[in-house]
Design a protein around this ligand. Structure first.
Ligand SMILES: Nc1ncnc2c1ncn2[C@@H]1O[C@H](COP(=O)(O)OP(=O)(O)OP(=O)(O)O)[C@@H](O)[C@H]1O
Length: 217
């Protein structure tokens, strides 16, 4: 289980974004968080992914309280959490081939075929794997980012507006892929209520998660 209790976080003095957010994500469930632009959804994802240190509150991962975040977060804990970001082009190195992007989070010593297996899982052909980001569509690149996130063998997958940059059919394909991974706990944050209602087991509104929110819907 990945859980947050009373998370308070922001960006320096007077820039509080999370004002006491609580949330629980269990393996085998897909939950949605619905909130308007700027309310703090990405900040919540970053804290849950151990990429941003909260000012107060707790993150617990499989029963263990996380005390170290960002570069200090133990690799063994980080590997349990995969993240797919909103803007695929901003989250990859434009010089790398898709194969290298897909393989980025595989454990050291993983067989080269592992990248092919991940690519196949997300519907990327070997020919696409040889291309670089500027030679593929946003949807294809986001598939590579999803494959990369799965590379560490995570138990939890955090999707930050994963489909916002995609057309409807690419979005549906990606959501279907994630939806079929019942071994994972999936958190999808979005401002698209229809998307979350269609794919999530349960959807929470931002105001329901937060005791004293900085922003309200
Ligand atoms: N690195 C940063 N430094 C300072 N303020 C930031 C930083 N990142 C985000 N913010 C601010 O924190 C607030 C919440 O941002 P966040 O990206 O978490 O919201 P969001 O709900 O994900 O928005 P969107 O749906 O538009 O992606 C915003 O007011 C934003 O301007």
């Amino acid at each position: 289980m990945l859980s947050a209790t009373g998370l308070v976080a922001g960006y320096g003095k007077g820039r509080r974004v999370l004002g006491g957010v609580s949330l629980t994500l269990e393996q085998g469930r897909m939950i949605g968080v619905l909130g308007p632009s700027g309310c703090g959804k990405s900040t919540l994802i970053r804290v849950l992914a151990l990429l941003h240190e909260p000012d107060a509150g707790q993150v617990r991962l499989d029963g263990e309280r996380v005390t170290r975040f960002r570069y200090a977060a133990p690799a063994e804990l980080r590997r349990r959490i995969g993240v797919v970001f909103q803007h695929p082009r901003a989250s990859v190195d434009p010089r790398h081939t898709l194969r290298r992007i897909v393989a980025a989070h595989l454990p050291a010593g993983a067989a080269p075929e592992e990248a092919d297996r991940l690519a196949e899982l997300v519907g990327l052909t070997p020919e696409l794997l040889r291309r670089r980001p500027h030679e593929v569509s946003d949807g294809q690149l986001q598939r590579a980012c999803l494959a990369r996130a799965l590379g560490s063998g995570p138990r939890y997958l955090l999707c930050d507006e994963m489909t916002a940059m995609l057309d409807a059919s690419s979005a549906a394909a990606l959501v279907h892929l994630v939806r079929t991974r019942r071994d994972l706990g999936v958190l999808m944050v979005s401002h698209d209520a229809a998307l979350l209602d269609a794919c999530c087991d349960e959807t929470f509104r931002w105001r329901d998660l937060t005791a004293a929110p900085a922003h309200r819907e």
